[in-house]
Design a binder for this molecule. Sequence first.
Ligand SMILES: [Ca+2]
Ligand SMILES: [Ca+2]
Length: 87
Amino acid sequence: MTESDDNQATPLSEEKLAQVRDHFDFCDTDGNGQIDFDEFAALLKVLSPSSTTNQAAAGFSITDTNSDGYIDFDEFIAWWQTTWWEY
Ligand SMILES: [Ca+2]
Ligand SMILES: [Ca+2]
């Protein structure tokens, strides 16, 4: 395993990034720049109406990689790229 320092940038086009930003803003209903659990659960309900609170809690803890209780935009992008289509 070698570290590749030149590969840290998010591999998203600006168009895609704007799309994710739209979803982030949509999800961040109180507009404070972070997604709390209630906001995340609400988004999940939109993406997947059959999702459960347990699934939301599991998804939230996975997405909140620094465990501060909020999903910031960087964490949201990572989640969006890797997980959203699984719901
Ligand atoms: Ca918020
Ligand atoms: Ca966080």
